[in-house]
Design a protein around this ligand. Structure first.
Ligand SMILES: [Zn+2]
Length: 252
């Protein structure tokens, strides 16, 4: 079984079709990650209408740019996440971004939101799905301050020395369709052992102008199996096992 562990499923206009295509490619489970305050309830709602969708809730680091009210909404956001604690499999997508968010005056607020999300993950004992773009070092520095069951580093493209630190800490790294062109993603595949790899589409992010979908996970698996020179079935089983370990609630 293939599982897309990071997809912005609420952003598709034709979700039913997207799920059907995914199932035809053997992608049977999809984790829908939160981004904005308004996305959270929508994600829980779509998970109730589609059995392949499993919700994860959190606030994306770019929300400091997108939503000027975000700071005043933090209390309601935490209550909403706590209210849905039994339905969700993870806290995500959360993290820091110093690449797309250029305005440094927003970094303290971004950190405040990230720390609030990490505290929630610790309180609810849920794994986290982490965005680290351009802020890898800072994100890696703060993570050990929290007792969180498991950490997934999503679409890592930062410095190589931190991959080693992540591996030593037992983090799981998820690989996107960018594997076909990104040297940074290939470096993650080459350095992370088979027991700590996961697959994700990050859809509907575009890859070479094509909208990313969970169905693409099948070709990501193929690329990883070629790079790591491991039998594709064996790799699929191992990645399913890894997914079971980090996100046990999607298998209940
Ligand atoms: Zn994402």
């Amino acid at each position: 079984m293939l599982i897309d562990i990071h997809c912005h499923a609420n952003l598709y206009l034709t979700l039913q079709e997207i799920i059907k295509d995914a199932k035809n490619c053997g992608v049977l489970k999809i984790i829908a990650v939160g981004m904005s305050y308004t996305s959270l309830e929508r994600i829980v709602e779509i998970s109730e209408h589609h059995d392949a969708i499993y919700p994860a809730l959190g606030i994306h680091p770019e929300e400091v740019v997108m939503n000027k009210q975000i700071e005043s909404q933090l209390g309601s956001i935490s209550s909403l996440i706590r209210k849905n604690k039994d339905k969700i499999c993870a806290i995500g997508e959360i993290g820091l971004d110093h690449h797309f968010v250029k305005d440094k005056s927003l970094y303290p607020l971004q950190m405040k939101i990230f720390e609030q999300m990490l505290s929630l993950a610790q309180e609810l004992q849920l794994p986290v799905n982490i965005h680290t773009k351009g802020a890898e070092k800072t994100a890696f520095e703060i993570l050990p301050s929290y007792q969180i069951p498991n950490v997934n580093i999503h679409w890592y493209s930062g410095p190589g020395d931190l991959i080693k630190i992540g591996i030593d800490r037992g983090y799981y790294f998820s690989i996107t369709p960018a594997i076909t062109y990104s040297p940074a993603v290939k470096k993650v595949v080459l350095n992370v052992d088979n027991h700590h790899l996961l697959l994700e589409s990050d859809g509907p992010v575009k890859y070479y102008g094509i909208v990313g979908t969970p169905a693409m996970i099948k070709s990501v698996l193929n690329s990883v199996s070629m790079i790591k020179e491991i039998d594709i079935r064996e790799l699929e089983n191992q990645i399913e096992e890894n997914t079971r370990t980090i996100f046990p609630k999607i298998f209940f």
